[in-house]
Design a protein around this ligand. Structure first.
Ligand SMILES: [Fe+2]
Length: 409
């Protein structure tokens, strides 16, 4: 639980301690009268990036936390859990309840990170261990064929985006506001591994004309030849997953994953298309999701890897098939959008140190939408904005193609 295999990732023990730290720092210290901090050093040791709260160690040093030992971290968690229960029983003021809800959502984010970090740790381990023996889906059926790609058209026009209120949302989803969209079309499903293999075979990683300048610099600097977890032995590709090493053939119909924004953009250019903006995506998100009824291959499905769109289609009746023509909008892979991560008009970060949660990252990052196969289902919604730097690729991030709506003849 001390392994930290890349600078983006954190050790499992750190995730456990840091999510506990969040509740202690932003809930218990302020709202539980008489609360005694578990260990004064933890206030800075497990701070991630809240500069106005306390100092913190360099992120790349998290793997050196041989002390405190795991037992102490688990004891810290139990202590904080009990104190939170006490606070809830005392009917705290509404701000404390809001903070507890924020802490729970923060922990859901770290549940996802825990799995993406374990995947990276196991990939870099020479033994390449599998987290699960095999996906439940794999045990039931062999590889399925991909649904044929189709365009789903949208009229655009003046649309409202952003969170409607009435449930939990992060500050970066607000305020709701209007944007103008030209008519557009989105692909009915995500780009598959098989399709991405064709891009590689066509020299995709050797053709500078397909890449943004910064993307091409990254390809050369990092010697990228394929998505993060692809390996090539004797001409055959294999893909490393939480269910161990899989052949490209077995995964050909599943969505391509662990690609950067640069790769998503280059693939779209190669295919003669583009990526959607975050607002095109949100306006197209199936209606039911606005009421938090999100269905898809999310963490709760237990697959822990992206699965082909056919599987979902087969499980739907004709009526549903008609209604939700956009497949894989929820789960499987976060979808890179062509939108820079910026504050909405009138954006206000949360007051105090918690204002550092989202707002200070609004530079040099791109927005991703829709959640992945390791996102808790209760965590994702139509207005949810994930964000990463364009070279990031250790998350389950994939590609949905978009285009201007074809002219009707
Ligand atoms: Fe965090």
């Amino acid at each position: 639980m001390m392994v930290q295999s890349c600078p983006e990732a954190s050790p499992a023990k750190w995730h456990l301690a840091h999510t506990t730290w969040f509740f202690e720092s932003f809930v218990l210290r302020e709202f539980l009268v008489g609360y005694k901090v578990f260990n004064p050093d933890f206030a800075w040791l497990f701070n991630s990036y809240y500069l106005s709260f306390a100092a913190f160690p360099e992120k790349r040093l998290r793997s050196s936390f041989s002390r405190p030992p795991l037992d102490e971290i688990l004891c810290y968690r139990r202590n904080v859990d009990e104190a939170i229960e006490q606070l809830i029983e005392r009917c705290p003021d509404p701000e404390a309840l809001k903070r507890i809800e924020l802490g729970a959502n923060h922990e859901e984010q770290h549940q996802e990170l825990l799995l993406t970090d374990i995947l990276h740790a196991f990939f870099t381990n020479p033994l390449r261990p599998a987290y699960l023996p095999a996906s439940p889906r794999d045990r039931q059926a062999g590889p399925s064929l991909a649904v044929p790609p189709q365009w789903v058209e949208f009229e655009g026009g003046l649309v409202a985006v952003g969170n409607m209120g009435g449930g939990f949302s992060f500050d970066n989803e607000m305020p709701r506001h209007r944007v103008w969209l030209e008519p557009y079309a989105l692909a009915n499903r995500l780009v598959t591994n098989g399709e991405y293999a064709a891009f590689i075979a066509d020299g995709g990683y050797q053709r500078p004309e397909l890449w943004l300048s910064a993307g091409w610099d990254t390809v050369r600097r990092e010697s990228w030849r394929a998505p993060l977890y692809w390996s090539n032995a004797d001409g055959a590709w294999t893909l490393f997953t939480l269910c161990g090493e899989q052949s490209l053939d077995a995964m050909a119909s599943a969505p391509v994953s662990q690609v950067s924004y640069y790769e998503a953009d280059a693939y779209a250019r190669w295919a003669g298309q583009r990526l959607a903006t975050e607002f095109e995506w949100e306006a197209a998100a199936p209606e039911q999701a606005r009421n938090h009824l999100v269905e898809g291959n999310l963490l709760d499905s237990g697959n822990l890897l992206p699965v082909p769109a056919t599987d979902l289609l087969q499980s739907e009746g004709p009526a549903q098939r008609q209604k939700s023509r956009l497949m894989q909008a929820w789960g499987d892979c976060w979808e890179w959008t062509a939108s820079a991560y910026l504050g909405y008009p009138g954006f206000r970060p949360l007051p105090g140190s918690l204002g550092e949660y989202n707002g200070k990252f609004m530079s040099g990052q791109m927005v991703l939408r829709g959640g992945s196969c390791v996102t808790p289902a209760a965590h994702i919604r139509a207005s949810y904005r994930n964000f990463f730097a364009p070279e990031t690729r250790w998350q389950y991030s994939g590609i949905r193609l978009a285009q201007a709506k074809p002219e009707k003849s």
